[in-house]
Design a protein around this ligand. Structure first.
Ligand code: ZN
Length: 336
């Protein structure tokens, strides 16, 4: 079921449930409006990807804290892909990716997303925080889709590392950017206690805050990166991480140790088996495959043609097929 369920109180027993058990109380994606002292509400989104439960764990922590006392600010919690969470998957086969449904489209999931946006626009939403995990080794970081001061303040409340991107443009934080300061949090791997605590701290800080500062963010408080390209393995090619000679591309089993490292040109990304011309895809913000700007095959190795910094490199083959291998970023000189 992809229709939106709306609640104005916390469903009984919800805070006792792990992500995979939410389906026993919630029939599908759910928006829960909770009253607090200040208005308008903070919007917090969790489990857009069913295997990323840090957001739900952080929200539980916050709501337990305020069980006996009022929330400092109203909060609207969106719990996304309940049916994929049941199975611990990013999404089910045949489902839309819940963090790619916030732009144009007329699937059931797109209409559900529009309903969430409409509800939160009517409530004049204060700020939006969408909480995610990734599967490789990554630092915690916040992503924004606008370089405006309130967005930068919201992001740097989480940490200095901030990633700016405009593609893909169908993500939740992009749609909410039309309504309020919005941020996507990447909190490391699911189940990591540090990520849960870090996300909960940011939510709590936003609940207590009466406004986002107007003054510019100090340059020393931010390391800003711009996503230049999404790197994919072509669907027609097979790949593996352990040197299986029967696949088209072999990646290093430590590939995700390269995340957020500035890699010089010449860095080896993978090895090609056979003589067929094999290339990764690199989709830029204009939707063009610019792989030849980034990669060349030299002596059977896929090497970088220019310096880049990758993020979200993962060893999870299902994630690579469903989403991407990684993103390539460049450092943005921060000016205000
Ligand atoms: Zn995610």
């Amino acid at each position: 079921m992809s229709q939106l369920n709306i609640f104005s109180v916390l469903p009984k027993g919800l805070l006792d449930l792990e992500a995979e058990a939410l389906h026993s109380v919630l029939p599908g994606p759910s928006l829960i409006h909770l009253e607090g002292r200040q208005q308008p509400p903070l919007f917090v989104s969790v489990l857009l990807h069913g295997n990323e439960d840090t957001g739900w764990e952080a929200v539980k922590r916050i709501l337990r804290k305020y069980q006996e006392i009022p929330l400092p600010r109203s909060m609207s919690v969106f719990i996304g892909n309940v049916s994929a969470a049941k199975l611990g998957l990013r999404r089910l086969d045949g489902q839309q990716d819940y963090n790619r449904i916030w732009g144009e489209g007329d699937s059931t999931e797109h209409r559900m997303a529009q309903q969430v946006l409409h509800e939160m626009a009517q409530k004049n939403v204060y700020a939006a925080i969408d909480i995610h995990n990734n599967t490789g080794r990554n630092p915690h970081y916040a992503c924004i889709n606008r370089l405006a001061t309130p967005f930068l303040h919201l992001a740097t409340l989480f940490g200095r590392t901030v990633v700016y991107f405009i593609k893909p443009d169908s993500v939740l934080s992009m749609a909410f950017a039309d309504l309020c300061p919005a941020v996507t949090l990447e909190c490391g791997r699911s189940g990591d206690e540090g990520g849960i605590e870090h996300a909960a701290e940011l939510v709590d800080a936003c609940l207590h805050q009466s406004y986002l500062p107007e003054h510019p963010v100090a340059a020393g408080d931010i390391h800003l990166f711009h996503t230049m390209a999404i790197i994919k393995v072509p669907e027609s090619l097979s790949f593996h991480f352990n040197g299986d000679p029967n696949v088209d591309i072999t990646f290093d089993a430590e590939l995700d140790s390269l995340n957020f490292r500035e890699l010089p040109s010449g860095t080896v990304i993978g090895r090609v088996n056979g003589t067929a011309s094999v290339m990764l895809e690199a989709w830029n913000e204009q939707g063009m495959d610019v792989a030849e700007l980034y990669f060349e095959v030299v002596n059977g190795e896929i090497v970088l043609k220019r310096p880049v910094m990758p993020s979200m490199l993962t060893l999870d083959e299902r994630v690579i097929r469903q989403d991407c291998l990684c993103y390539f970023m460049e450092r943005l000189e921060f000016q205000h």
